[in-house]
Write a new protein. Structure first.
Length: 442
């Protein structure tokens, strides 16, 4: 009875947990780091593992990879949670690791969602990382440059883990069907087409894909012979999205984001909201859409409505705070605002034209008059000589030239004639007229 009970508990363990890879040969994805002769594989195989940060989206194997590293290097594996681990708990475990090192036991400390640890918690690891008592492996979905203390980050190597491809997810699902740890003991009849639908729905998240597969099989009827035949109905009932013609990394992804951009650019809020819904209902990351809207706010609206960028940034943060499905209304607000705002691409054009000259004249020296002169030698070399400080002048304007001599008179910014740019155009004309008059009066 006891053995049966234990067996049942193991079978009831979530599929994603049962199918967790145990070694590098089972690990799927991240070939740029773990392929033959790639840097992370060489580090692991040489048993010379430094403290490191795994940065990547959910479900790509950050925790699994840390466990594999511990197993491959015969190290103790300790995990920490930002919610339950205070400074006292961290220091206690660190001291135990310090003592273990003295008797030849290596310790890998895995910190999931390390970006959630506050400064004091992160600092508690620092002395033990410095003296090599532990190997710290932190996992984060956020940019470590902004979320991890500089002192700790400088002592860790950062490895960027990429979103799994649909082919990677398909491989993982196929293994789950055939492997004894998954459904290998059961006769599951499911077509590759249906596995690909689940893979596409998962959006690069292996854990989500395995959870969906588990749900589909659990909720399907068993035949008299004990086999389970998976139908399209079973898939649709669990996914709840009947139309999945959307590949995050494929052509349709770019077609639909293009449709969203062009609808906003064409001041068509109805079309913009429709294409937004197409993306969100197919499982697109709302943060990705918020980023594209932020770009649009400057590329296609710019100075015609300077509040557009504020709206875009606020919506980006709202998506971070709330997530799906609630943040759909914030994104809807943003795309309607962008659609109705006055349009101008003058900022984008200005940069594109300036970048052409910058590339052609990459070695063009900065005029001496606008160089800083922090040292005596620089002053002797005429750095900053003749510089005119605009605030010292009545109109806060000077006739000083700031472009390199070969580009004097070149114009990059040509204001549009919509929204706020009408005022900017008038102001720019006043400045140019003032400079022309005062240059002539010299």
């Amino acid at each position: 009875m006891e053995q049966t009970s234990l067996f049942t508990i193991a079978d009831n363990e979530p599929l994603a947990s049962r199918m967790r890879p145990k070694n590098l040969s089972e690990f799927v994805g991240q070939n740029h780091l773990l392929g033959q002769n790639k840097i992370l594989r060489k580090i692991i195989e040489s048993d010379n593992v430094p403290s490191m940060i795994f940065w990547g989206p959910p479900g790509v194997g950050k925790t699994t990879l840390a466990r594999i590293i511990a197993r491959e290097t015969k190290s103790e594996f300790i995990t920490f949670s930002a919610v339950t681990s205070g400074i006292k708990e961290i220091k206690k475990v660190m001291e135990e690791a310090d003592n273990n090192k003295k008797i030849g036991i290596k310790t890998i400390v895995f910190v999931d969602e390390i970006h959630r640890f506050n400064k004091a918690q992160q600092d508690a690891f620092l002395p033990f990382v410095e003296k090599g008592s532990i190997v710290l492996i932190g996992a984060t979905t956020e940019n470590p440059s902004f979320e991890i203390n500089n002192a700790l980050l400088s002592r860790c190597r950062v490895f960027v883990l990429k979103e799994l491809s649909n082919e990677d997810i398909f491989t993982i699902l196929k293994r789950a069907i055939n492997d004894q740890r998954g459904f290998g003991k059961t006769n599951i009849k499911i077509s590759d087409e249906y596995l690909k639908i689940i893979a596409n729905f998962a959006n690069g998240d292996a854990r989500a894909a395995l959870t969906t597969l588990d749900m589909v099989i659990t909720n399907s009827d068993e035949n008299e012979d004990g086999s389970i035949n998976i139908t399209k109905n079973n898939i649709e009932e669990c996914i709840t999205k009947k139309t999945l013609l959307y590949d995050k990394n494929g052509e349709e992804h770019y077609n639909i984001i293009s449709a969203l951009h062009k609808s906003m650019r064409n001041s068509d809020p109805d079309a913009a909201v429709y294409w937004l819904a197409r993306m969100l209902e197919a499982g697109e990351d709302p943060i990705y859409i918020a980023r594209r809207i932020t770009r649009f706010a400057s590329e296609d609206i710019g100075l015609a409505d300077t509040n557009a960028l504020n709206v875009a940034i606020n919506v980006y943060h709202a998506c971070h705070f709330i997530g799906m499905p609630e943040c759909n209304v914030h994104l809807t607000e943003a795309v309607i605002y962008m659609s109705l705002a006055p349009k101008s691409n003058s900022c984008d054009i200005a940069y594109q034209q300036a970048s052409l000259d910058a590339k052609k004249m990459i070695a063009e020296p900065v005029p001496l008059i606008i160089r800083n002169a922090p040292t005596k030698l620089m002053k002797e070399l005429d750095y900053g000589k003749g510089y005119q400080y605009a605030h010292d002048f009545k109109d806060k304007l000077t006739t000083m030239e700031c472009l390199p001599p070969s580009l004097i008179g070149k114009t990059y910014y040509h204001p549009g004639v919509k929204g706020n740019e009408i005022k900017f155009k008038q102001r720019l004309e006043q400045i140019k007229e003032w400079k022309k008059n005062h240059k002539n009066n010299k």
